[in-house]
Design a protein around this ligand. Structure first.
Ligand code: PEP
Ligand code: MG
Length: 566
C-alpha cells in the first residue's frame, strides 16, 4: 500500500467523511491511432450507448426522472447515423480519428445550437457529452458517473458542476473533494443542503488518489488524508463523532425562537428543492429566507412550466406559518441554463445574470411571477429579486409584476401580490441603501456575492480562497450600511449568504442588528444555539472594533476573545 498523504483545501460543507474514493478525472484525453478508425469509432458508439441505457435505468430506478430523461436522449443520439457518417467522412478525407471526432462534435453541436427551438438547441450539450464519452472510451479512460455510484464513497474530482452536485445521492456519496471551487460556490452550497461533507480548492488531489483508496476529509477545516494510517483514521473518526454530537446537541432548539436581548433574531432556511423544504420543516426553521428557484431551471432542456413552478412554490408556502421568500431565478454565473440565449461570457459573474436577464427573458420571468403570485394564496409568500445594481431594475421588475397581476385579475385567477424585496449582493446597492430601501419591502444581504464583488475574487476560483472570507471588515461595513438604512426606512434586513451560518458571522451580523439569519436546513439549530448563547452586552461591544479591524483574521480574533471573556 502507498503511504499516507495529507493535503489541505478549503472546507466547504461541514461534517467528516471516511471511505473509499471514486476518482473522476476530467482531464482532456486524446484518441489513440488505430488501424481501422471507423470500426473503432462504431464499436465505441455501441459501447457508449449500452452504458447510457444502463445509466438511464439506474437513474429511473433511483427516482431521478430528469436525469433519466437526459440519459435517454443521449442514448438515442449515440445511435444516430449523423454522427457516425460525419466521422467516417472526415476519416475518408484524410483526418485522424481525433480530428474527425472533434470536428463532428463541434459542427453538429453548432448546428443544433443555431436552431430557434429551445428543446432542439439543448441537444448541442448532448452531442458534446456523447462524443466526450466516445472519446474517453476510445482512450481507455473510464467515465465515472456521479449519479450512479452504488457503494458509499467519497468523490474526488477536478471539478463538479452545480447541476451534477444536485444529482448526487447523499446516501451513497459520503463526501467529496474537488481541485476547483471556492467555499461559497454553488457546489459548496448544494453539498451543505445535502448534508455531504465537502472540501474544495484542493489542487493536486486527483493525481494523488486512485479509485478504491481510502480517504478522509474534514469539511470544516479542509483537511484531507489520503490512505490514512490507523492513527489518522482514529483522529478523523473522533472528529466525525464530535460533529454528529454537536448536531444532536443543537436539536433542542428545534422550533424554539431565539432572541438577542429583547430583539428576536429569526433563523429561516435556504432551500433549493423539495427535499430541502422537507428538511427545513423537520428542523423547525422560522420559514424560508431564500428559495433558490433557479435549481428548478437547470440541468434540463426546457424551462419548468407555470404549473410545475406553482406546485413547488405552494408546497413550500404551505409548510410554514412564517414568511417564505421566493427568489426569482438567478441564472448565469456558475448556474447556466442551456435553453437561454445567453452568449457564453468570459467572466460570467460580472455579466448577464439574475435580474439582468428579466427584460430580455420576459416570458420566462412573467411565467415565474404568475406562479409566485398564485402560490402566494397558499401562505405568507414574499418575492425577492437577485443581482440588483440599479433602482431602475427594481422599477422595471415591479412594472412587470404589476402587469402579470393585472393579467391574472383579467383572467379571474386566484392570486396575491406579495411583498417585494431585493438581494444586496452588489456593493453599489449597499452604498446607496437608503435610496433603494424606499423602493422595496425588505433587504436580504447575499454575502456570498457581496464578498466576491467587494474583494474582486471569483467565488468559484479555488486558488483565491484567502480573498473569500465574508468576515473581511470591508464586507461587514457594507452589511452595516445596509442594516442601518433598512431600519431607518422601517424595513427588515436578512442575511442569506453562508456568513449567516458561520458561528463568527452569526454573532457579528446579529450584533449589527440583522433581523434574520437564513441558513441551510442543517445549520438552522446550530445557528439558533449560537444566538441563544450570545450575551447582548458583548454583542454591542463587538460592533465598533470589528468594523475598525484590518482583516478577516482580526475580526475572528476579536469575536473569539469577546466570547471567551463573557
Ligand atoms: C449570496 O450571494 O450570498 C446568495 C445567498 O445568493 P447565491 O449564493 O445563490 O448567489
Ligand atoms: Mg448571490
Amino acid at each position: 500500500m502507498r503511504a499516507e498523504a495529507r493535503l489541505v483545501g478549503t472546507g466547504a460543507a461541514g461534517g467528516v467523511a471516511i471511505g473509499p474514493a471514486v476518482v473522476i478525472d476530467t482531464v482532456e484525453v486524446e484518441i489513440p491511432v488505430t488501424e481501422d478508425p471507423v470500426a473503432s469509432f462504431n464499436d465505441a458508439m455501441a459501447a457508449v450507448q449500452a452504458d447510457l441505457i444502463r445509466l438511464q435505468e439506474h437513474a429511473r430506478n433511483a427516482g431521478r426522472a430528469e436525469a433519466a430523461e437526459v440519459l435517454g436522449a443521449q442514448a438515442l443520439m449515440a445511435e444516430d447515423p449523423m454522427l457516425a457518417d460525419s466521422v467516417a467522412a472526415g476519416v475518408a478525407s484524410g483526418a485522424t480519428l481525433e480530428e474527425a471526432v472533434t470536428n463532428t462534435s463541434a459542427e453538429i453541436a453548432a448546428m443544433f445550437a443555431a436552431i430557434d427551438d429551445p428543446y432542439i438547441a439543448a441537444r448541442a450539450t448532448d452531442v458534446v457529452e456523447v462524443t466526450d464519452r466516445v472519446r474517453r472510451h476510445l482512450a481507455g479512460v473510464e467515465s465515472a458517473d456521479l449519479g450512479t455510484i452504488e457503494e458509499p464513497s467519497i468523490l474526488v474530482a477536478t471539478a463538479i458542476t452545480a447541476a451534477e452536485t444536485a444529482m448526487l445521492d447523499p446516501s451513497v456519496v459520503l463526501g467529496f473533494i474537488t481541485e476547483a471551487g471556492g467555499p461559497t460556490s454553488h457546489v459548496a452550497i448544494i453539498a451543505r443542503s445535502l448534508g455531504v461533507a465537502a472540501v474544495v480548492g484542493t489542487p493536486g488531489v486527483v493525481e494523488l488518489v486512485s479509485s478504491g483508496d481510502s480517504v478522509a476529509l474534514d469539511g470544516t477545516s479542509g483537511e484531507v488524508a489520503i490512505r490514512p494510517n490507523d492513527e489518522t483514521t482514529a483522529v478523523f473518526t473522533a472528529l466525525r463523532d464530535a460533529f454528529a454530537a454537536a448536531q444532536q446537541a443543537a436539536a433542542r432548539f428545534r422550533g424554539v425562537r431565539v432572541t438577542l436581548g429583547s430583539r428576536e433574531v429569526a433563523v429561516p432556511a435556504n432551500v433549493g428543492s423539495r427535499e430541502d423544504v422537507e428538511l427545513a420543516i423537520a428542523e423547525g426553521a422560522d420559514g424560508i429566507g431564500l428559495l433558490r428557484t433557479e435549481f428548478l431551471f437547470l440541468d434540463r432542456s426546457t424551462p419548468p412550466s407555470e404549473q410545475e413552478q406553482f406546485e413547488f412554490y405552494s408546497f413550500a408556502a404551505q409548510g410554514f406559518r412564517d414568511t417564505v421568500v421566493i427568489r426569482t431565478f438567478d441564472i448565469g454565473g456558475d448556474k447556466p441554463a442551456s435553453y437561454l440565449d445567453i452568449d457564453p461570457e468570459e467572466n460570467p459573474f460580472l455579466g448577464v445574470r439574475g435580474a439582468r436577464l428579466y427584460s430580455q427573458e420576459s416570458d420566462l420571468f412573467n411565467t415565474q411571477v404568475r406562479a409566485v403570485l398564485r402560490a402566494a394564496t397558499h401562505g405568507d409568500v414574499a418575492l425577492m429579486l437577485p443581482m440588483i445594481s440599479h433602482v431602475s431594475e427594481i422599477r422595471e421588475a415591479r412594472a412587470q409584476i404589476a402587469e402579470v397581476a393585472a393579467q391574472l385579475v383579467a383572467e379571474g385567477v386566484d392570486h396575491e401580490v406579495p411583498l417585494i424585496g431585493v438581494m444586496v449582493e452588489v456593493p453599489a446597492v449597499a452604498l446607496v441603501a437608503d435610496a433603494i430601501a424606499s423602493e422595496v419591502d425588505f433587504f436580504s444581504i447575499g454575502t456570498n456575492d457581496l464578498t466576491q464583488y467587494t474583494m474582486a475574487a471569483d467565488r468559484t476560483n479555488g486558488v483565491l480562497d484567502g480573498f473569500q472570507d465574508p468576515m473581511h471588515p470591508a464586507v461587514l461595513a457594507l452589511c452595516k450600511l445596509t442594516a442601518d438604512a433598512a431600519h431607518r426606512n422601517q424595513i427588515t434586513v436578512s442575511v442569506c449568504g453562508l456568513a449567516a451560518a458561520d458561528p463568527v458571522g452569526a454573532v457579528v451580523l446579529a450584533a449589527m442588528g440583522i433581523d434574520k439569519l437564513s441558513v441551510s436546513g442543517r445549520s438552522v439549530n446550530p445557528t439558533k444555539s449560537v444566538i441563544d448563547s450570545l450575551d447582548p452586552a458583548t454583542a454591542e461591544r463587538l460592533v465598533q472594533p470589528v468594523l475598525a479591524a484590518a482583516s478577516a483574521d482580526e475580526v475572528r480574533e476579536i469575536v473569539r476573545a469577546a466570547n471567551s471573556e463573557s
